[in-house]
Design a protein around this ligand. Sequence first.
Ligand SMILES: C=C(O[C@@H]1C=C(C(=O)O)C=C[C@H]1O)C(=O)O
Ligand SMILES: [Mg+2]
Length: 458
Amino acid sequence: MLELKEEQLESILEKGIKQAKNIQLVSVTKKIPTNDPVSIFNAAKIMKKQRSYWRSAEDNFTVVGVGSAFEIKTNKNTYQETDKQWNSILRDAIIHNPFKNEGTGLVAIGGMSFDSKKEKTALWNNFDDSQFVIPEFVYVQNNVEAYLTINVRVNGTEDVTNLSREIQLQEDQLLTETVTAFKTNAIVSKTEVEPQQWKKTVQLATEEMKKSDVAKIVLARELRVKLSKEAHIESIIQDLVNQQPNSYVFAFEYGEDCFIGATPERLVKKEKSQLLSTCLAGTAPRGKDVVEDEKIRKGLLNDKKNREEHDFVVQMIRKAITPFARDIAIPDAPVVLQLKNMHHLYTPVTGIIKENSSLFDIVEKLHPTPALGGTPKEEALSFIREHELLDRGWYGAPIGWLDSNENGEFAVAIRSGLIQKDEASLFAGCGVVADSNPEAEYEETNIKFTPMLSVLGG
Ligand SMILES: C=C(O[C@@H]1C=C(C(=O)O)C=C[C@H]1O)C(=O)O
Ligand SMILES: [Mg+2]
């Protein structure tokens, strides 16, 4: 194992302190023995540090962000402004990273709101339209390998010996604290926000589609949940990881609020120049046994309405990435992705990213795909803005991370909820097309609440 000597940390810090300009970030990555990501997340709480958590759906890849060395926040022109600030930080940072693996070096982790043009409510007060943090500590686990990156913001006046001693103490605490007890969460009440009105809006959307060229509109609704006591976030993360093995598990904490969930939907992944995206739309329930599952799977593959919902996403993603990628490969027909609580139609997308296209350029073009917005995009978005009785906040929006080695990944924040102490708002939506039935769509949203409901204890 390549160890980072204490003197080495000191000498890199010293260089940073001497060089310090406006924002001087010093970033040092080292290889460490694997640790328990949830214990690190828990230690961060004890240390009163801001926290973020990400686990990938496909790879055994987890990121835990602790504290905030720097924050990139914007409320307008979100993608380009975030990209610009990130690049300027990268330019000035002193990065010591002998590994260059995914998630090592400088990492920014965060997300954005679904629609910055929709009027905000107090629910999402702690979340900006685009908010990424460069944590003070980043623990990354990639299969059996683990890395710890320490990011320090210096201004030139620090005493290097004291600073490096303080960092060492924090690191020790972060890596040795364990979660003493997992707690079961329990739900005392559930309140659906305007379910009848929601069905009427679905009906209205279908009528709109019959008389205009709008072909799909995704409509979401909210479920308010009261818990018996303050939610135990560590247990919720652990349960999501156990129960939803083929989903991205994420948690972003800002102030006292935590946006958390387990989404099966990748928006885009960038591995150097390799691009991966996913079309995910079209839903059916799980069966009671393998025989019934097989019947449902066949039914979903051959269902005209679900295939239509899905195809809008495939067409749009192909079009959106064409300016940014070559060698785009998309299978002709979807397959079925089986999750714990439901089935989805799934089509993977691959390509090679052209030079000069950043991850944020691609995210900007992709979001929202017709899996969360609709077709055509602008018309669907104005319908949602006008009729949906919901401040989506970060629900349905891109969330993810990026590193200083040209890697990064964004998922679509569905199957999620905003937890505020002993209360939570859960969100679920579905793709409405011209022949949608409001009652059936309502049932579909009920299934989509279950991944979060089951980890909250009800
Ligand atoms: C909008 C959600 O999910 C989306 C809608 C789907 C559908 O209508 O079939 C399927 C997957 C997602 O693209 C959600 O879970 O809230
Ligand atoms: Mg659907």
